[in-house]
Ligand binder design. Structure first.
Ligand SMILES: [Zn+2]
Length: 387
């Protein structure tokens, strides 16, 4: 069964061989065969297919790849957001509120929450998403968080090292030993990645190195929450560990930028976090100009960034972090794929997965140009319409 999308006003392919960043084809068509892109080119030259869909001049682009999301949790922290907007500062310790609610929730409740958020992600164009644990912080609660996450995505991340839970106050090393030991043993079968919140109030460089080294010993690949709250050691540790991604990168020294530029560690920027904590934004321009590969992601979580909207992140990235629109679109698709070390998603060249959006707009520029407007008309994954 082949499907032809034709009369596409603007098709973004992210073809690395193209002259422009986004590999744009105008007046384009695309053929899907067995869930994969089979052909891309001018609409006038399109081959025939079993089924044809007239896109009526609309833009078509790859589905978003949201490489950073915390979706397994219970509870509500809207009052904390309101208090912060009224002047309170954000600190990593707020995570403990969600930990208590998550531990008290049933599997069914957690699963329903994840399903709801995944529905939001997909409606807004995300066709690949990472889901982290990190609100259980006991061996059984972390393991069940990852079991539930794995029902929704292959990109599951063990974040037992989110914060030190209250029962380990005064015994940090005891908690790090648990994360590296029994907790890792229980979680590794359900996770592809391991992540550590390496920042003020969370874990230091030595703890992060110990946890990521143990996790790599169990076959998990590393990623790091780095340099969100201060110019700390997170980026250096991430690069030293060969992490796929250093996430946040809000406070960077020139040495951090140079380390990222000389590595294949992606800098994943999370504008929802700065937006929702009214904090200074990371400087995408500085990173891109230095040659760093940059991704954009939602950081969807109940404390510091409760958004599932990649279009929102693109808008803020362009407006306040000095991405060009094209760069922001690339970072939200191909950049996210690089942060997950994936080559089958994040673009629409022959052989890649037919994960795409049909926009209610003639060009994808409108995603930044029309803030807050729902422009995602259709979402397809592996050649099938899902929204
Ligand atoms: Zn996060």
């Amino acid at each position: 069964m082949t499907t032809l999308l034709h009369n596409v006003g603007e098709l973004i392919t992210n073809d690395p061989a193209a002259d422009d960043l986004l590999g744009v084809v105008t007046d384009a068509a695309l053929v899907i065969d067995d869930g994969r892109v089979a052909w891309v080119g001018p609409s006038a030259a399109a081959p025939s297919a079993d089924e044809a869909i007239d896109c009526d001049g609309a833009a078509v682009m790859p589905g978003f790849v949201d490489s950073h999301a915390h979706l397994v949790f219970a509870g509500d922290r809207s009052a904390e957001f309101a208090a912060r907007m009224a002047g309170q500062l954000y600190a990593a310790g707020g995570i403990r509120t969600t930990v208590a609610a998550t531990r008290a929730a049933s599997d069914e409740e957690l699963r329903a929450r994840v399903a709801h958020l995944v529905g939001e992600l997909e409606r807004q164009g995300s066709t690949t998403y990472e889901i982290k644990s990190g609100y259980g912080l006991t061996t059984p609660d972390e393991a069940r968080s990852l079991r539930i996450a794995a029902e929704f995505t292959d990109e599951t991340t063990f974040l037992g090292a989110h914060v030190v839970p209250p029962e380990y106050d005064g015994d940090r090393s005891g908690y790090v030993d648990l994360v590296c030991g029994d907790m890792l043993t229980a979680c590794a079968p359900h996770a592809r990645w391991a992540d550590v919140f390496c920042d003020r109030g969370a874990f230091d460089a030595d703890e992060t190195t110990a946890i990521l080294t143990a996790a790599q010993g169990r076959g998990l690949m590393p990623r790091v929450h780095a340099n969100q709250l201060e110019q700390g050691p997170g980026v250096a540790v991430a690069v030293a560990q060969g992490a796929a991604s250093a996430d946040h990168c809000t406070h960077l020294s020139d040495a951090d930028v140079a380390l990222l530029a000389d590595s294949d560690t992606v800098a994943t920027l999370l504008p929802g976090a700065e937006f929702s904590t009214r904090s200074p934004y990371p400087d995408a321009r500085r990173l891109i100009d230095a040659g760093v590969t940059v991704a954009l992601a939602t950081d969807c979580n109940p404390g510091s960034s409760y958004t599932t909207s990649m279009p929102f992140c693109i808008t803020v990235g362009v407006r306040d972090m000095h991405f060009t629109v094209a760069e922001a679109l690339w970072s939200a698709t191909a950049g996210g794929a690089a942060a997950l070390r994936r080559t089958d998603v994040g673009g629409l060249t022959p052989g890649q997965r037919a994960d795409l959006m049909i926009l209610d707009a003639p060009s994808a520029l409108h995603l930044a140009y029309r803030p807050g407007v729902d422009l995602i008309a259709q979402v397809w994954r592996e050649g099938k319409r899902i929204r």
